[in-house]
Design a protein around this ligand. Structure first.
Ligand code: SF4
Length: 185
């Protein structure tokens, strides 16, 4: 029997390649929990795009309610950090910890995340948090770098073929401001 893997999903397009890759070896369930995505309309846009995919492939996915105030409390003092700076590991941990709690409550063997598929995210920062949580919760973390072997490009192409739209910034209000500044220069 396959091990039960809980896949933390940051957005629909990123999940396409990752889910297919993991389902060969694991019984995969999804977990969408991303209070970092702001404004809330953007959170809902990304959630809806994932719902389209999950319904098409009959994926079991839990959509956890978001606690924006707790996320802002967690990253307090790090607001001025750049993307890939000191705020991001805190953000990764905040989201992954919720996935680990869910995994413990529902008898999962392994936790993984789609986060590492993004070329703009530092994989080492994600995996470091995953390993720390694995130790804390006694559940394995599948440390991966899904952007390898063109994972991101494949996912993007598959998303386009399905008519699923992709976001143009990481998620938090600070990353949106960075993206807008980049566009102006
Ligand atoms: S840039 Fe992305 S990973 Fe970093 S804190 Fe913002 S939403 Fe989280």
């Amino acid at each position: 029997m396959k091990e039960k893997l809980l896949l933390h999903i940051c957005c629909g397009p990123c999940s396409l390649y990752v889910w297919r890759k993991l389902q060969t070896d694991f019984a995969v369930s999804g977990f969408f929990y991303n209070p970092n995505i702001q404004p809330f309309a953007e959170h809902e846009f990304r959630r809806r795009e994932l719902v389209k995919i999950a319904e098409k492939y009959a994926w079991p996915v839990v959509y956890a309610p978001v606690d924006l105030h707790d996320w802002f409390a967690a990253i307090r003092g790090l607001e001025k950090e750049k993307e890939r700076g000191a705020r991001c590991p805190v953000c990764f941990r905040f989201r992954l910890e919720k996935a680990f709690r869910h995994a413990r409550e529902h008898g999962f063997d392994v936790v993984a995340s789609t986060l590492s598929i993004s070329p703009s995210k530092a994989t080492a920062q994600i995996n470091e948090q995953g390993y720390a949580l694995a130790e804390k919760y006694g559940i394995a973390f599948l440390a991966e770098n899904f952007k390898k072997q063109d994972g991101f490009l494949i996912s993007r192409r598959e998303g386009q073929a399905l008519g699923v739209r992709r976001q143009d910034y990481c998620g938090c209000a600070f990353s949106k401001a960075e993206m807008l500044l980049r566009r102006r220069h």
